[in-house]
Design a protein around this ligand. Structure first.
Ligand SMILES: *Cc1c(COP(=O)(O)O)cnc(C)c1O
Length: 483
């Protein structure tokens, strides 16, 4: 398997899965994609239907990472996708399934269900990929005798998923910046209660944007970055995307009886990582009818899939909503889909994303490319705070099921795209406890709390408060890496 950049640099060079695993953007600023998508045969699909999650993950990942010895990859997936790691199930009987499918009911002739992706250690779907990444990083670093210091900024979700994935891993340290006293008590407890010596929580006297600016400033100091072996785990990481392909197959098998049936997926979307994985599953041959992109008030993606116009927002136009993990001004993985949409023409991708930088967007309506969006199965919709509250209430009353705000955006938009006879699977991206305020508003009761999290706010916390100053963060990193 060879990987190429969406902007065309390095054509003719070879990049294996391991080569791009620890990196971010390609040299030319593009994103990596496989030279071609591996195809799944009818025989494979039949054989995979009954596999446990870890073995399904092995079969799929193997097609993308032939440079990792098969027995090693099998060991990695079996170690990652266990009932112990994904133990926060709402129904004990489902513990072994990793991503159980919860059937709600039939609406407009379409069976409607939730694919639970948030039973991992931080109760959000990011664990699905990040847990694998932790094991893959540790494995690859050990093979090359290297170490890595991950520097990141978080307003809650991504940071905790990264810390829980990397805790205790050999050769890896995590320095995670978060805004001091700006996260919910639950989120703060989740991150700061970690006592592992390789995890450093740095509370910055400032807001989330300040944390991000510090990460940028440190990353732009190339000498420091190289000397301290600084890396990141952001959402454009290819291994994260490909790990998410697995649960589209798992969800398909759970919702169907035979491999000639079609299903649709609705994906609560922000940076387009999750639904990009659905697109890849479809390109591999999984019989997906529609990929429904659900956004909140930050509707960059919904606007594109309705009009063909991609218009990046300014930060003043980016709203803080009650589904905060979807509050984005541009979708960092979107370029991967645009590359496929344009028939994999890197010159045009380069031009379009120059336009994004210079004119903050582009329009594919006029060129006729937008018409092809339908061939790829994409449709979309958006949701508001009132829609979320109403949907949480409705799903609770009708189906006795408590859903979080992001999943509520998904259910709201899914209902606008139901087709009789075609199962609609909404990806459940977080558990309600993470967004308790809106649950209380909608249901006038406390969100359900998995047993493992009772009293988490009372645990001792380990963190360092630093001023909003990149130099002080650099000093802190250097003091703890000994380099
Ligand atoms: C990250 C996140 C999303 C958005 O996923 P993308 O891959 O960025 O599109 C949706 N819901 C939750 C709860 C998340 O944490």
């Amino acid at each position: 398997m060879n990987y190429i950049s969406t902007r065309g640099a390095g054509i003719g060079e070879r990049h294996t899965f391991s080569d791009i695993l620890l990196g971010g953007l390609a040299k030319d600023g593009g994103l990596y994609l496989p030279g071609e998508y591996p195809q799944v045969s009818a025989d494979e699909l039949a054989r995979w239907r009954t596999l446990p999650y870890a073995d399904l993950a092995f079969e799929i990942l193997r097609k993308f990472s032939d440079d990792i010895p098969a027995e090693d990859l099998r060991e990695l997936t079996r170690r990652t996708y266990t009932a112990q790691v994904y133990c926060n199930v709402r129904d004990e009987e489902n513990a072994a399934q990793i991503t159980p499918l919860k059937t709600l009911g039939v609406e407009d002739g379409a069976p409607l269900s939730l694919l639970e992706l948030s039973n991992g250690p931080t109760l959000a779907f990011k664990d699905m990929a990040m847990q694998l990444l932790g094991n893959l990083f540790e494995y690859t670093l050990a093979r090359h005798g290297e170490t890595l210091n991950i520097l990141g900024a978080t307003s809650g979700d991504t940071g905790s998923a990264a810390e829980y994935a990397m805790r205790g891993k050999k050769g890896i340290r995590v320095f995670m910046l978060s805004p001091h006293k700006k996260m919910s008590a639950f989120q703060t407890a989740q991150m700061y209660s970690l006592q592992d010596p390789n995890i450093f929580n740095v509370a910055i006297d400032g807001v989330f944007d300040d944390c991000q600016d510090i990460v940028k400033a440190v990353s732009n100091d190339h000498a420091f970055k190289a000397q301290q072996k600084i890396g990141t785990v952001n959402s454009i990481n290819w291994a994260r995307v490909v790990a998410q392909v697995v649960y589209y197959f798992k969800g398909y098998f759970a919702a169907t009886k035979r491999n000639d049936e079609r299903v649709s997926f609705t994906v609560p979307s922000g940076n387009f990582g999750n639904v990009c994985a659905g697109h890849i599953a479809r390109m591999m041959g999984l019989p997906i009818e529609k990929l429904v992109v659900a956004t909140n008030e930050n509707d960059v993606l919904d606007e594109f899939f309705r009009t063909g116009i991609y218009r990046v927002r300014k930060s003043s136009e980016t709203y803080h909503t009650s589904s905060p993990s979807m509050d984005i001004s541009k979708a960092s993985n979107f370029e991967r889909f645009v590359f496929d949409l344009l028939g994999r023409d890197p010159k045009r991708v380069l031009q379009l994303f120059r336009d994004v930088e210079e004119k903050s967007g582009f329009d594919l309506q006029a060129s006729g490319d937008f018409a092809r969006v339908q061939e790829f199965g994409f449709v979309s919709g958006r949701s508001s705070h009132d829609d979320r509250v109403e949907t949480i209430r409705d799903v609770f009353q009708r189906y006795d099921t408590m859903i979080d705000t992001h999943t509520a955006d998904g259910v709201k938009v899914a209902r606008e795209h139901l087709q009789a006879g075609i199962p609609m699977i909404v990806l459940e991206t977080a558990q309600p406890i993470k967004f308790g305020e809106t649950i209380r508003e909608a249901l006038e009761r406390e969100p359900e709390r998995p047993a493992a999290f009772s009293g988490i706010e009372d645990l001792p916390q380990r963190f360092e408060v630093l001023p909003n100053d990149a130099q002080r963060v650099k000093d802190f990193v250097a003091a703890h890496t000994g380099a």
